[in-house]
Write a protein that binds this ligand. Structure first.
Ligand SMILES: NC(=O)c1ccc[n+]([C@@H]2O[C@H](COP(=O)([O-])OP(=O)(O)OC[C@H]3O[C@@H](n4cnc5c(N)ncnc54)[C@H](O)[C@@H]3O)[C@@H](O)[C@H]2O)c1
Ligand SMILES: O=P(O)(O)OC[C@H](O)CO
Length: 323
């Protein structure tokens, strides 16, 4: 049995390290040849996960064909590139989707994109509160593994579980996907509140009212409330909205300090998924008749469409309503 990981950013590298820590062979596909060389040579990924010495049983490659002998593939590209990498992957092998986002242009969730790109491959989704650096260091972590095939889900959970890494099984794939996608947008909002010095009451309000938005949207798309209240929803929302380790939170902080989105997003190497998901999510919510005022506010700031003060005042001036 050999695991393959597609994408050697921070999270793909951390997952490869997790799976290889006990000596199991892992093949890690990277887009950049300098990343492949650094992992195979210096046992490090200085571009995306600096400071972690990688296990000797990880072999990096830039050839998708090298994943042909793997019995499961973890897909860990940015959401907007998931379609292209899955299309190149070997067919028929179970795919564990680890990307968090909604595809621009189509509005599709990651499972829907993967099924379109690789129709014969069984799908699972891995999502939850998981900063890559902490997982790579072996710190305790719990996560949702969602799969609509209970037998396959249990097999995959057993394959990825480690003493300090606990997957909790779910059959609500849509719920797990929506939690991970929406929390990134809400983390930008919390970062804005931090950068603008709005205080901790404002952050708690954004987490709570943001969770109400996530729940409304999720239920409209067929997700279950308990999934949204679990690790992949509320759990990840709390983590990402509370720490400058989050790229989404940090992006929001910059916006809150008055910097333009264009400036903050230009020449980024690492991905802040919320910036791509926000406008797609807003459009999907409008089409479904779901109110998401915090998401709308984040979109206005990302588009540099309104001054920060105007966006904040508009949120506070919304009509009073029952909780
Ligand atoms: N970093 C984390 O702590 C973490 C945790 C859980 C989930 N995730 C999710 O994992 C996904 C990947 O994030 P990350 O943090 O590993 O990435 P990253 O920001 O560390 O690195 C960017 C990645 O994008 C890849 N990339 C750039 N252009 C590409 C292209 N054209 N085609 C394919 N890949 C391309 C790079 O090779 C690199 O792997 C995201 O959806 C993210 O939300 C990240
Ligand atoms: O750095 P972020 O904001 O992409 O968050 C990373 C993970 O999704 C946290 O679970």
């Amino acid at each position: 049995m050999k695991a393959g990981v597609i994408g050697a950013g921070a999270w793909g590298t951390a997952l490869a390290q997790l799976l290889a820590a006990d000596g199991q062979a892992v093949t890690l596909w990277a887009l950049e040849t300098d990343v492949v060389d650094a992992i195979n040579g210096a046992r490090e990924n200085p571009l995306y996960l600096p400071g972690i010495t990688l296990a000797p049983s990880i072999r990096a490659t830039s050839a998708m064909a090298d994943l042909g002998d793997c019995d499961m593939l973890l897909v860990v590209s940015p959401a907007q590139h998931l379609r292209s990498v899955v299309a190149q992957a070997p067919a028929g092998v179970p795919l564990i989707l680890c990307s968090k986002g909604i595809e621009a242009g189509t509005g599709l969730l990651m499972g829907e994109v993967a099924r379109a790109a690789q129709p014969t491959s069984p799908i699972a989704v891995l999502s939850g509160p998981t900063f890559a650096h902490e997982v790579a260091k072996g710190l305790p972590t719990a996560i949702t593994l969602a799969c609509d095939n209970a037998v396959l889900g249990a097999q995959l959970a057993a394959r990825i579980a480690r003493p300090a890494f606990r997957p909790y099984l779910s059959d609500d794939v849509t719920g797990a996907e929506i939690g991970g996608a929406v929390k990134n947008v809400l983390a930008i909002a919390c970062g804005v509140a931090d950068g603008a010095g709005l205080g901790l009451n404002a952050r708690a309000a954004l987490i709570s009212r943001g969770f109400a938005e996530m729940t409304r949207f999720g239920l409209a798309r067929g997700a279950r409330a308990e999934t949204l209240a679990g690790l992949s929803g509320l759990g990840d929302l709390v983590l990402t909205c509370s720490s400058t380790n989050s790229r989404n939170f940090s992006l929001g902080q910059g916006l809150g300090e008055g910097r333009s989105a264009a400036d903050l997003l230009s020449n980024r190497r690492t991905v802040a998924e919320g910036a791509f998901t926000a406008p797609v999510l807003r459009d999907a919510a409008r089409a479904a008749g779901v109110e998401m005022p915090v998401v709308e506010a984040v979109c206005a700031l990302l588009a540099d469409a309104a001054p920060l003060g105007t966006v904040i005042d508009a949120l506070l001036a919304r009509p009073l309503r029952p909780e």
